[in-house]
Unconditional design. Structure first.
Lengths: 163, 554
C-alpha cells in the first residue's frame, strides 16, 4: 500500500544514509527490500532507531506498522543503542551442555546484566546467539567481533575487565 | 552413464600467497583451513604469515593456499599437506617454524599419512572439495570437476532426463524431512505458472548444526551449480539463496562466488554458451528459526514477517510471489553436481542397499566427543561408528549417555541403539529424526530433563506466535519442565505434561510446533527414571539442576 505524502529524504545528512539508500535502490525500492534495508541500516548505524524505520518505510512504501512488525519479529535487529563493548554468548546445544549457564551466571554476578541488557555505565552489552556454528569451540563467545572458544567464566570476565 | 572424472590435476598455486613465482606444479602444498572455526582461531593470519615465511625461506616449490573446512575442527587451526596426507594440528601464527620445516622436508611418496578413522571411514560427496580447493577460486573449482555436471545437462540432457536421473539416484531432502528430491522437482516442473523460482534454504537454524555453513564457506560454487542444474530441470530462471545473517563468512563467500560465476558465464544469460538463463540473489535471514520452514522462508524472502501458512498449496505449486517454487537445502543441491557427473547408479550404490536412504549424509559432530567437526558418512553407518570410530569416543573416559539428532524437533537416542543404522526411517523408529545433521553427543554430565527444557526454551522463544498450540503450548510445556527441574512438580504434572505435548504435536500449524514436543517424548521414553528422580526423590542424577529442598517444594 503506498504511503501518501511520504518524505523521501534521509533524516540527516549523515553519509551513512547513502549506503541504506543504495541498497534499497538496488532492489528497486520495492516492499520486498524491507529486510535488506533494515540490515543495511543496522550495519551502518549499529541499531535501528525511529528515524531509520520511518525512512525505510517512506522509501519502500511499507506502512510504519509493518516495518516495526518486521524489525521486532526478527531477533537479529536491535532497536536500542548498544554499549561500548558487546559480548555475544552462544547458547547452542553444544555450548549449553559445555557450561554456558556458568558463563551467563558469572556475567550476571559481576555486572548485574542479563542477555539483551546493557550495564548502567553503558560499557557492556550482553547478547546471546542461538548458535554460532562454532560447536567445536564450545562454549563460544564473541567479544567485540572476536570469536573466543572453550571459554571459562572467570577467564572471560578477566578479559572483559581488561577492556 | 557418464565417465568418472579423469585424474585430477594438482592444486594450483594461488598467486600472492607465497608461491614465489615458481612455474609448474608445486612439490608440496600447505592447505590452510579458512572456514569459520579455524578463522576464529586466527587461521587467516596463519595463511598470510606462512606465505611470507615460505617466501623468506626460499621454498619456491611450495604453494600456500587457502582452502575450506578440513573437517577436524576440534584440532584447529589446521594445515594439510595434500601430497603426503599429513595434517598439522593446532597451528598458531607465532609458531610457524615447524610448519616451514615440514614443508621443506616433505616429499610425496604416494603413501598417505594420517589415515586415521576420522578420515578413512568417511565418504565424501557433498564435501568432496572441502579442504582441497580455494573456496573463492572458480578456476580451482573447475580444475576439480566443477561445472562438468552443468555443462553435461545443458548440452546433452533434456530437463525431463535430469529429473529422471535425480529420481533414480534416490536423493532425498537433506534438510531433514527426507522428501524425494526427484519427486519434488517433477512437481515443480509440472506446475502451471511462470516464472518459476528455485530457492536454496541456507537458514541453518538448528543449534549445534553447521553443515550448511561449512559447505557454503568451503565450496560455494557447488551449491550454485546444483541450483543451476535444478533450475534447468524445473525450467526456472531466477534463484534465491536464503542465508542466515549469523554466517558472515558464508555470505561473503557466496557473494564472491556469484559474482565470479556471472563473470565466467555460469550464471546470467546464455549460460555455458547455450540459451539457458538463470541468475541467483542472496537474501539474508535475520535470526528467526521458523524461517527454516518453507512457507515462512518464502514470506521472509518477500520482505515480510516469517510466519508460515497452512499447506497445501505447497510451494511447488504456489510459492514465492504465488509462483511454482522449488526449495531444497544447501546439502541437497551440493549432491546434485556429483550425481550428474557420476550417474544415478553410482550415487544409489552408496549407503545401505536395502534401505530407502541412499547416498551420504553430512553431520556436524559436537558436544561430548573427542573429534568434534564435520563428517560425511554413507547412509546406514551405525551411530557407534560415527561416535566412537570417527568421533574418537567420549573425552575423559566418561560414559556415553545419549546422542541428540534432528535439532529442537529431534530426539535423544540412548546407548542401547548405538548399533542401529543411521537412515531416515531408523531414526524415526527410535523417536528421533534425521534433521539437517546436527549430532550432539552427551555423557553423564548432562541431565536429560534439563536438555528437554533447553529445547523447549528454544522453541518457546522461536515460536512465531501465529498458531495458539505452538505459542501457548510451548510456553506451558517449558513451565512444566522447569518445575520438574526444580523439584516442584508431582507425578500428576508429569502425566499432564505428556498429554499436552501430544496435543501440541498434533495441532500445531508447522513443523516447529509439531516437532517441539519430540525432545519430551524421547526423553520420557528412554530416561523416565530421571524425571521420576527429580519429582519423587528431589534429586537430579546428573547434578545439573538446582533442586529446591523438599520442604519448600511442598
Amino acid at each position: 500500500m503506498p504511503v501518501l505524502n511520504a518524505k523521501r529524504t534521509a533524516p540527516t545528512d549523515d553519509k551513512r544514509w547513502k549506503i541504506v539508500e543504495t541498497r534499497m535502490r538496488r532492489l528497486g525500492d520495492r516492499p520486498e527490500a524491507l529486510i535488506e534495508a533494515l540490515h543495511a541500516a543496522q550495519e551502518a548505524f549499529g541499531y535501528l532507531d525511529d528515524d531509520a524505520l520511518q525512512y525505510v518505510s517512506d522509501i519502500l512504501g511499507v506502512p510504519p506498522s509493518k516495518v516495526y512488525g518486521v524489525a521486532t519479529f526478527y531477533s537479529f535487529f536491535i532497536l536500542k543503542p548498544q554499549g561500548q563493548h558487546t559480548c555475544v554468548v552462544c547458547t547452542g546445544t553444544a555450548c549449553y551442555i559445555n557450561g554456558v549457564k556458568d558463563i551467563l551466571a558469572g556475567i550476571h554476578a559481576k555486572y548485574g546484566i542479563k542477555p539483551r541488557q546493557t550495564t548502567a555505565d553503558n560499557k557492556l552489552s550482553l547478547l546471546t546467539a542461538r548458535c554460532l556454528g562454532a560447536c567445536s569451540l564450545a562454549p563460544a563467545v564473541i567479544v567485540d567481533g572476536d570469536v573466543q572458544g572453550k571459554v571459562k567464566a572467570d577467564e572471560l570476565i578477566a578479559r572483559l575487565e581488561a577492556m | 552413464m557418464s565417465e568418472m572424472p579423469a585424474a585430477r590435476p594438482k592444486p594450483r598455486p594461488v598467486p600472492g600467497h607465497g608461491h614465489n613465482g615458481h612455474e609448474g606444479p608445486a612439490r608440496v602444498t600447505a592447505a590452510v583451513c579458512c572456514a569459520a572455526s579455524c578463522v576464529s582461531a586466527q587461521s587467516d593470519q596463519i595463511l598470510k604469515k606462512l606465505g611470507e615465511r615460505v617466501t623468506e625461506a626460499g621454498l619456491t616449490d611450495v604453494a600456500v593456499k587457502r582452502v575450506g573446512c578440513l573437517g577436524l575442527c576440534a584440532a584447529g587451526p589446521l594445515i594439510q599437506i595434500p601430497e603426503t596426507g599429513k595434517l598439522l594440528r593446532g597451528v598458531t601464527p607465532d609458531k610457524l617454524e615447524p610448519v616451514v620445516e615440514e614443508l621443506r622436508t616433505a616429499h610425496p611418496t604416494g603413501q598417505m599419512e594420517d589415515q586415521q578413522p576420522f578420515f578413512s571411514k568417511q565418504v565424501r560427496v557433498a564435501t568432496e572439495n572441502m579442504g582441497r580447493i580455494d573456496p573463492e577460486d572458480i578456476d580451482d573449482y573447475q580444475a576439480h570437476g566443477g561445472y562438468e555436471g552443468l555443462r553435461q545437462v545443458l548440452t546433452s540432457m533434456s530437463p525431463a532426463e535430469v529429473r529422471d536421473e535425480i529420481t533414480r539416484s534416490g536423493l532425498r531432502g537433506r534438510g531433514g524431512a527426507g522428501y524425494g528430491t526427484g519427486l519434488k522437482w517433477t512437481t515443480v516442473a509440472k506446475a502451471q505458472g511462470s516464472p518459476k523460482y528455485v530457492i536454496c534454504n541456507a537458514d541453518e537454524g538448528d543449534p549445534g548444526a553447521f553443515m550448511d555453513r561449512s559447505v557454503l564457506e568451503s565450496d560455494p560454487y557447488r551449491v550454485l551449480e546444483g541450483m543451476a542444474i535444478a533450475a534447468y530441470a524445473v525450467e526456472a530462471t531466477e534463484g534465491y539463496i536464503y542465508c542466515r545473517a549469523e554466517y558472515p563468512l558464508a555470505v561473503a563467500r557466496l557473494r564472491t562466488a556469484i559474482r565470479n560465476a556471472q563473470r565466467s558465464g555460469f550464471l546470467g544469460s546464455a549460460i555455458a554458451d547455450t540459451n539457458f538463463s538463470f541468475d541467483i540473489q542472496v537474501r539474508l535471514g535475520a535470526g528467526a528459526f521458523v524461517c527454516g520452514e518453507e512457507t515462512a522462508l518464502i514470506a521472509s524472502v518477500e520482505g515480510r514477517r516469517g510466519t508460515p501458512r497452512p499447506r497445501p498449496p505447497y510451494p511447488a505449486v504456489a510459492g514465492l510471489w504465488g509462483k511454482p517454487t522449488l526449495i531444497n537445502n544447501v546439502e541437497t543441491y551440493a549432491n546434485v553436481p556429483s550425481i550428474i557427473r557420476n550417474g544415478a547408479q553410482w550415487y544409489s550404490s552408496i549407503g545401505a542397499p536395502e534401505s530407502r536412504s541412499k547416498g551420504t549424509k553430512v553431520f556436524a559432530l559436537a558436544g561430548r566427543v573427542v573429534n568434534t567437526g564435520l563428517v560425511e558418512v554413507p547412509m546406514g553407518i551405525t551411530l557407534r561408528e560415527i561416535i566412537y570410530d570417527i568421533g574418537g569416543g567420549i573425552p575423559d573416559g566418561r560414559p556415553f549417555k545419549a546422542v541428540q539428532t534432528g535439532g529442537p524437533g529431534g530426539g535423544c537416542i540412548p546407548a542401547e541403539y548405538l548399533d542401529m543404522p543411521v537412515d531416515y526411517e531408523s531414526l524415526i523408529k527410535v523417536g528421533s529424526f534425521m534433521g539437517s545433521g546436527g549430532m550432539i553427543v552427551m555423557d553423564d554430565t548432562s541431565c536429560m530433563v534439563d536438555v528437554a527444557r533447553y529445547f523447549m526454551d528454544f522453541c518457546r522463544e522461536e515460536s512465531c506466535g501465529k498458531c495458539p498450540p505452538c505459542r501457548v503450548g510451548t510456553t506451558e510445556l517449558y513451565r512444566m519442565l522447569d518445575s520438574i527441574c526444580s523439584g516442584e512438580a508431582t507425578m500428576d504434572d508429569l502425566e499432564r505434561m505428556a498429554k499436552l505435548a501430544g496435543i501440541v504435536a498434533k495441532t500445531s500449524l508447522c513443523g516447529l510446533g509439531a516437532g517441539a514436543p519430540n525432545p519430551i517424548f524421547s526423553t520420557l521414553r528412554y530416561f523416565r527414571d530421571e524425571y521420576v528422580a527429580h519429582i519423587v526423590d528431589h534429586v537430579c542424577p546428573a547434578g545439573v539442576c538446582t533442586i529446591k529442598t523438599a520442604e519448600v517444594a511442598r
